[in-house]
Design a protein around this ligand. Structure first.
Ligand code: ADP
Length: 249
């Protein structure tokens, strides 16, 4: 496997009238092609800042970030940001419209995604007519429509209630895994991280760096979040991460 992205000794601080807030200090890691990487860490440690640096919204002050300049990145946020004045179909093709890329091939691909993710019969409805889980799936289709090679997921399930969250995160995890996309998931939910990811990075408190790395694999297929949670491996991973995060206080 090739690294699709490498961070080497990255630093970032916020500057305002009150002074400087160091957010990231000496962050280094690589992401392999096709890998599902989860990043966990205490609240306010710099997780969103890190994704903003990777997506190019913020520029690292020191250190290097290397990836193929042609790499296409899709960003999925905590809130679905679907526009109520557009139908679900009009929402999911928004990225294609903005990129002036509404071709027959691309709209066929979007219609197929709507079918695969159980939203085809809702394509002419408005976002408010859908449940939270369906809206989040629509947001994923909008992100996938532009065929990104790297998906950045910033707490995409945290606005959902517990049960929906478990089902939708497992669904979305399977979709990403089956399409072989590379994904970086930011989450504060340890269960979510070890259910979905191949590898979990634990960040220290602010200014953050990688303080622990956990490789995750199971003897069973990851088709159901519940069966994963019942494995001994899951319990061991959970306890390890819990201890790593608790040791930071
Ligand atoms: P996380 O996603 O882990 O909760 P963030 O990346 O959002 O953390 O923020 C990291 C730290 O940087 C926090 O302590 C936050 O208060 C600070 N921060 C974030 N945005 C700004 C900003 N625009 N100006 C000053 N400080 C900021």
């Amino acid at each position: 496997m090739q690294p699709i992205l490498s961070l080497e000794n990255v630093y970032y601080s916020y500057h305002n009238l009150k002074g400087e807030t160091p957010a990231i200090e000496g962050m280094s890691f690589q992401v392999m092609e096709g890998e599902f990487l989860a990043i966990v860490g205490p609240s306010g440690c710099g997780k969103s800042t890190l994704l903003s640096i990777i997506s190019g919204l913020l520029k690292a002050e020191h250190g290097s970030l290397s990836f193929d300049p042609c790499l296409t990145i899709g960003y999925m946020l905590q809130h679905d940001h679907l526009f109520e004045w557009r139908t679900i179909y009009q929402n999911v093709i928004l990225g294609l419209e903005l990129n002036k890329n509404v071709t027959k091939e691309n709209t066929d691909y979007v219609l197929q995604l709507l079918k695969d993710y159980g939203l085809y019969s809702f394509k002419d409805q408005k976002p408010s007519q859908l449940s939270g889980g369906m809206r989040q799936r629509a947001a994923l289709i909008r992100t996938m429509a532009v065929k990104p090679e790297l998906l950045l997921l910033d707490e995409p399930f945290s606005a959902l209630d517990f049960q929906t969250r478990m089902t939708v995160s497992a669904d979305i995890g399977n979709i990403i895994r089956n399409t072989g996309k590379t994904a970086i998931l930011i989450t504060h939910d340890l269960s979510e991280a070890i259910t979905l990811a191949d590898r979990v990075l634990v960040l220290s408190k602010r200014p953050s760096c990688v303080k622990y790395e956990l490789n995750v694999s199971y003897d069973i297929e990851r088709t159901s979040a519940l069966s994963i949670r019942n494995t001994v491996q899951y319990q061991t991973y959970f306890n390890t991460l819990w201890k790593e995060l608790s040791d930071d206080n």
